[in-house]
Design a protein around this ligand. Structure first.
Ligand code: NAD
Ligand code: G3P
Length: 336
């Protein structure tokens, strides 16, 4: 059934997801705070800063006024960077007139609180103002979804009916959605893979080969799972789309902003310079800080994440860091 949907965040991912929804016949409005970008979406049907050469459906409307955008919608999809989730949720809650389904497709952990995004949304949008909160996550670069390349991702909610509602909204011949009830596992896999992608890019930038890439992905998955399980996740979720699947795509694709940022760091560029040139969100940088703090608090060993933290926040030399991690005390692969 045709649904009215507000998409908040007209960056690469918000635009690609809004395009899928509009192509599926839904009434979609895309909200952002850059008037010229919304004007471009409405007149030229493009969003050239984020998705070059992609033509958007004419039915997809850009909307500058948040209140108008969320008026009477069946669902609201949050796709702003993690650092903006709480602020945007607060803006939304004061303007809600009905009880929409809340969906989010962002990947990260909140700075300071270390909360998952769905936790922030549940905290800010009280139950009487919304239906469930559903997480959308998996191996999916916006650039490929926007040209209808085949993609599979996960819709997660403890209420499977809500996850199935979201599955139906998005499913089509190039975009396949699976459901999952392990929200913690799906969100932690999504957030933490960006840290490992930074490392995988750095390894490439330093000139190491495929063995090193396989090593960081495999041992990275081990530490993602360790922290995720300590947070309450089902370990099996980490070999699914939102875990291993997303780790593979982010650690191997040139589309990945996290991988590209890591590659530049490996080549000796400074973090500030890398982030300035990227022009889009690189979630792994702030997630590294939140993950290290959380791992220390929960007493979970995360040597790769700690090493990347040293490079990002303590000015450690990336070349030396790569050597040092290889020379840590020997251990068994079976130690979880
Ligand atoms: N790009 C992808 O392929 C992809 C895929 C899956 C998930 N994600 C996740 O989606 C989230 C968004 O990523 P993206 O790639 O679209 O980022 P982006 O940098 O391309 O775009 C971010 C958008 O959010 C807007 N924004 C930022 N702060 C805002 C605020 N306070 N209020 C309103 N709008 C604000 C920006 O104007 C921009 O339109 C991230 O968490 C990312 O990890 C991205
Ligand atoms: O471009 P990245 O590194 O933010 O990754 C995008 C998506 O999360 C890949 O699934």
């Amino acid at each position: 059934m045709k649904q009215k949907i507000a998409v908040l965040g007209p960056g690469s991912w918000g635009t690609a997801l809004a395009k899928v929804l509009a192509e599926n016949g839904h009434d979609v409005r895309l909200w952002g705070h850059e008037p010229s970008q919304l004007e471009e979406i409405n007149t030229k049907h493009t969003n050239s800063r984020y998705l070059k050469e992609v033509i958007l459906p004419e039915s997809l409307k850009g909307e500058a006024d948040l209140e108008t955008c969320i008026q009477d919608v069946d669902a609201i999809l949050f796709v702003v960077p993690t650092k903006a989730i709480r602020t945007v949720a607060r803006q939304v809650v004061s303007k809600l007139t009905n009880r929409p389904m809340i969906i989010h497709a962002s990947k990260g952990l909140e700075q300071g609180t270390h909360k998952r995004i769905s936790e922030v949304l549940l905290e800010e949008i009280s139950e009487n103002k919304r239906k469930d909160v559903v997480v959308l996550s998996g191996p999916s670069h916006a650039e490929e979804v926007a040209v209808k390349d085949i993609t599979t991702i996960t819709a997660a909610c403890t209420n499977l009916e809500a996850a199935e509602y979201v599955q139906k909204l998005f499913m089509n011949s190039y975009f396949r959605i699976y459901t999952n009830d392990d929200v913690i596992g799906v969100e932690t896999g999504a957030a933490l893979k960006n840290i490992i992608a930074l490392g995988s890019g750095a390894i490439h930038g330093l000139g190491y080969g495929d063995n090193a890439k396989a090593a960081i992905m495999t041992r990275g998955l081990a530490e993602i799972s360790r922290l995720g399980v300590a947070m309450g996740a089902n370990p099996m979720t980490f070999i699914g789309l939102s875990g291993l699947g997303d780790l593979i795509v982010t650690c191997t694709s040139v589309h990945s902003r996290n991988w590209r940022a890591g590659d530049l760091l490996g080549r000796g560029h400074k973090l500030d310079e890398v982030l300035e040139n990227m022009g889009m969100i690189v979630e792994g940088v702030s997630t590294t800080k939140a993950a290290v703090e959380l791992a220390r608090e929960l007493k979970v060993e995360m040597p790769i994440t700690e090493t990347i933290y040293g490079v990002l926040y303590e000015n450690e030399d990336v070349k030396k860091a790569a050597k040092n991690i290889m020379l840590r005390n020997s251990k068994s692969e079976k130690e979880f």
